[in-house]
Structures are given as structure tokens and as C-alpha cells.
Design a protein around this ligand. Structure first.
Ligand code: ACO
Length: 433
């Protein structure tokens, strides 16, 4: 492969054919070879399972430098946003590309709070689930069902209608999530309260009961807000790529976001903080850490240290540090600073960070390592962890979907494949096989 300043030339060593392809340059990050003409001019596809070297789109929303541990939304570093911004400011930033001024923020917040309630029929639909259904299953179903409520009013090529769908989704997700939780524990649903912040309102809908007044804790709301901000977007991860792929057929956005929720559910993605907590409980005590580290390093053992490693971050996950801080604040506020799981997590983190295997493979704690501890201390059951991630990531999903749908050059997603199956053969009737 030969590089000149703005092109790359590829030679097929068998046939001697060459093709010169343009290089695309972003505002930051590696150049990207534009291979769109490759098949037409060279007769080859590229092979990249897991998209480890493939840019599927261009985007202005989020920038990640995994080597340096950098995550920017609209150019703003994630730790500044996590420490200083309200989640709805970040939603606005992702959707419109700029932080809102005071007036814009007030208008946007009001539009969101005006859409937090659900159609009553959705509550009936939710009540059709088994009480022991996983809340992520309920989320997939109920968010998908929103498509049946808003299908007629949606022209995805109209920016105003896309804005409305994005606001509705951001507004209704916490209500659906809290209802999914209340339903599994048999408590009545708590309606949203428009005078509260996004995080406060969510905590109230989740934990308030009609029998006594609900007292908001600023420390817990701050931590909840921070968890939402830290999980709001992460460029083209599995669930966001699912949203873009599903949305590329111009499907109904509520159905599209439901597809994103399905993708997020997996333990290698959004299910990891649930898996971290299970792992810590399984390890049980500090004297068993070495045994589990040995297993994590053993090629013949499928066990992996959950909450460690990341497809993109190979230095540190900038979200993990801020969350460790929040874990300390929340546990102190709740009077459980000496929580044994937290102590075990800190010890495990230190031992792994000093271990040659983890150093060589550049494996560091990711955002999920401490989030489970915080959420558990707040009173969320582990099955709700991924649900909270889905509430937060809806901000990124709708922003990415909106960006894609507004791009006039956008095409339906349709990857190619390397076929390794049988050559053509004739059908043999059942009784002759
Ligand atoms: N424990 C032990 N070894 C690990 C771990 C781990 N957590 N993560 C990666 N490795 C090893 C792999 O075995 C592999 O070793 P090899 O080179 O000898 O084959 C090497 O490190 C590279 O790992 P890959 O799986 O190729 O890295 P990839 O980028 O594909 O995977 C992933 C990233 C899936 C996150 C992985 O690190 C993992 O499974 N971590 C645990 C699950 C987890 O915490 N997921 C949350 C991700 S963050 C999020 O979704 C918000």
C-alpha cells in the first residue's frame, strides 16, 4: 500500500492491478481511507468483523482517543461535563452540537418535562408482562410499543418531527424505566414531577412510595446525574451502530431505539456493570483475588475480569476516575463507606493495575467497574443497572439517529461478506438424503 498526501494506492500482488483511493481527514483522529469505489474499480471487498478498522459514518457528536483516554462531546471533555453539567445540557449538546444558553436550556428542559408522562394505555401494556420479567425485556417491549402510539406523526426527513421524537424519547425513558422497576416489586407507579431535575425526578419515580414523603438527597441526585452524563454517548459502539443500522432503513425511531436497547443488554456491552457486581460477590473476599486473576489470565478459562478492558480505551477510561469519586461520595452519604464490595473492588483494581498481564495488554478499569457499586448502594437491584444505562444512552442514540437521518448522502446500511459455504449444488428430496 502506497500513501501520498491525500490518496492511498493499493496493489493486488497476484494480478498487478492497482487502485488509488482518497484519504478522508477529520478534525482529529486517524485518516480514513474512502473505499467506496474499491469493489467497482478493484473487484475486492474489505474484511473487518467487529468493525475494528472501519468507520461506518462521519459524525460531529463525539470524539474518542482510546490511546490517550480522551472522550469529548461537541469538543467538551467528559470529566468537565460530568462534574459541571446537567444531563439535559448534555442531551442538548449531543442533539444540537452546542451547549445551550440559559434561555435555550429553559425551553429545552420545559419541552422534555412536558413529555415525561406516558399514554395510559402503555401502562396497561406494561402490566401485561410477567412480574418477574427482566426490566430490560420490559424496556425493549414498551419502547418498541411507543412506535404504535406515534407512527402517524413521523416524517423522519422533517428536522422538527425528528426533534420532537428525540425529546419524547429522552423524556419518557426514565418514566418507563421507573415503571418497569415498580412493576417487578409490586409498588404503584409514581408519576413524573416537572419541578424536579431529570435525575431527581427519576430517583423519585423509582424510590418514592405513596405512604410517606420522599426526601431528595442532593448527593444521590448528583451521582445519578453524573452516571447519566458519563453514559450519554460513546460514538459508534454496538448499540449506537445498531441504532444507525436499524434507522438507515428509515424505520420508526421508537422501534429503532428499541433495537439499540436490545443490543445494549449484552454482558459485553451494557450488561457489564451487572457482571462486575456478580463477579465481586463471587470473589467474596480479598484472599481470593489472586485465584480469580489467575483464571482471568488463563487462556483455557473463559473467565474475564469484568469491568476491565475496553475495545477503544487502551490507556485509561476517563469515565472510570470520575465514577470512583462518586462511589466514595455516595457510600459516605449512605453511611456505608466501609462496604466490603467497595473495599474488594479497590483492592482488585490495584492488584490488577500492578499485574504484568494487565499492563501488557493495556487493560484498565472501565466505566462499569464502579458504577455497579454506586447503583447497588443507592438501592437499585442489579437487573436495573443496564436499564439506567439505556436511559442515559438514549441521549446519544437519538442524537446519532438524528444526525444520520439529516444526512442527505446517507444510505441504507448493508455490509458485505466473505462467503465460505458450499458451492452451488442440486436439491436432494428428503427421502433420498
Ligand atoms: N480480563 C482478562 N483478559 C482480558 C480482558 C479481561 N477483562 N479483556 C481483554 N482481555 C484480554 C483478551 O483475552 C485478549 O488476550 P489475547 O491478546 O491474549 O487474546 C486481549 O486482552 C485483548 O482482548 P480482546 O477481547 O481482543 O479486546 P476487545 O477490544 O475485543 O474487547 C472487551 C473489549 C469486550 C470490553 C473486553 O475487554 C472484555 O470482555 N472486558 C470485560 C467485559 C467488560 O467490562 N465490558 C464492558 C465494556 S465497557 C462498555 O460497554 C460500556
Amino acid at each position: 500500500m502506497n500513501n501520498t498526501a491525500d490518496t492511498v494506492t493499493i496493489t493486488n500482488n497476484n494480478s498487478g492491478d492497482t487502485v488509488t483511493l482518497p484519504l478522508m481527514r477529520g478534525t482529529k483522529g486517524p485518516d480514513v481511507i474512502d473505499i467506496r469505489r474499491l469493489y467497482a474499480e478493484f473487484g475486492c471487498f474489505t474484511y473487518d468483523p467487529g468493525f475494528t478498522s472501519t468507520a461506518s459514518c462521519d459524525s460531529k457528536i463525539t470524539y474518542i482517543d482510546g490511546g490517550e483516554g480522551v472522550l469529548l462531546h461537541g469538543g467538551y471533555p467528559i470529566d468537565q461535563l460530568a462534574e459541571k453539567a446537567d444531563f439535559l445540557e448534555v442531551c442538548y449538546l449531543l442533539l444540537f452540537g452546542e451547549l445551550p444558553n440559559a434561555e435555550e436550556f429553559s425551553r429545552y428542559s420545559e419541552s422534555v418535562t412536558r413529555h415525561t408522562m406516558l399514554h395510559d394505555q402503555l401502562a396497561s401494556l406494561l402490566k401485561g408482562f410477567r412480574r418477574d420479567a427482566h426490566p430490560m425485556a420490559v424496556m425493549v417491549g414498551v419502547v418498541g410499543a411507543l412506535s404504535a402510539f406515534y407512527h402517524d406523526k413521523l416524517d423522519i426527513f422533517d428536522p422538527e418531527q425528528r426533534r420532537m421524537a428525540s425529546i419524547r424519547l429522552v423524556a419518557k425513558m426514565p418514566t418507563i424505566a421507573a415503571m418497569a422497576y415498580k412493576y417487578t416489586i409490586g409498588q404503584p407507579f409514581v408519576h413524573p414531577s416537572n419541578s424536579l431535575s431529570y435525575a431527581e425526578n427519576f430517583l423519585r419515580m423509582t424510590f418514592a412510595v405513596p405512604a410517606e414523603p420522599y426526601i431528595n438527597s442532593p448527593v444521590l441526585s448528583r451521582a445519578m446525574n453524573r452516571i447519566f452524563v458519563l453514559h450519554a454517548d460513546h460514538e459508534q459502539n454496538a448499540s449506537t451502530s445498531t441504532v444507525r443500522l436499524a434507522g438507515s432503513s428509515q424505520a420508526n425511531p421508537y422501534a429503532v431505539i428499541s433495537a439499540g436497547i436490545s443490543s445494549l443488554w449484552g454482558p459485553a456491552h451494557g450488561g457489564a456493570n451487572e457482571a462486575v457486581l456478580k463477579m465481586l460477590e463471587e470473589i467474596g473476599s480479598k484472599d481470593r483475588i489472586e485465584e480469580f486473576l489467575r483464571r482471568a489470565k488463563d487462556k483455557n478459562d473463559p473467565f474475564r475480569l469484568m469491568g476491565f478492558g475496553h475495545r477503544v480505551y487502551k490507556n485509561h477510561d476517563p469515565r472510570a476516575r470520575v465514577l470512583k469519586e462518586s462511589a466514595e461520595e455516595v457510600l459516605t452519604e449512605l453511611g456505608v463507606r466501609d462496604d466490603p464490595l467497595f473495599a474488594l473492588a479497590m483492592e482488585l483494581e490495584q492488584i490488577a493495575l500492578d499485574d504484568d498481564y494487565f499492563i501488557e495488554k493495556k487493560l484498565f478499569p472501565n466505566v462499569d467497574f464502579y458504577s455497579g457499586i454506586i447503583l447497588k448502594a443507592m438501592g437499585f437491584p442489579t437487573s436495573m443497572f443496564t436499564v439506567l444505562f439505556a436511559v442515559a444512552r438514549t441521549a446519544g442514540w437519538v442524537a446519532q439517529w438524528n444526525e444520520m437521518s439529516g444526512d442527505t448522502g446517507q444510505k441504507i446500511g448493508r455490509p458485505r461478506q466473505l462467503y465460505v459455504g458450499e458451492l452451488q449444488r442440486n436439491f436432494v428430496p428428503l427421502d433420498a438424503r
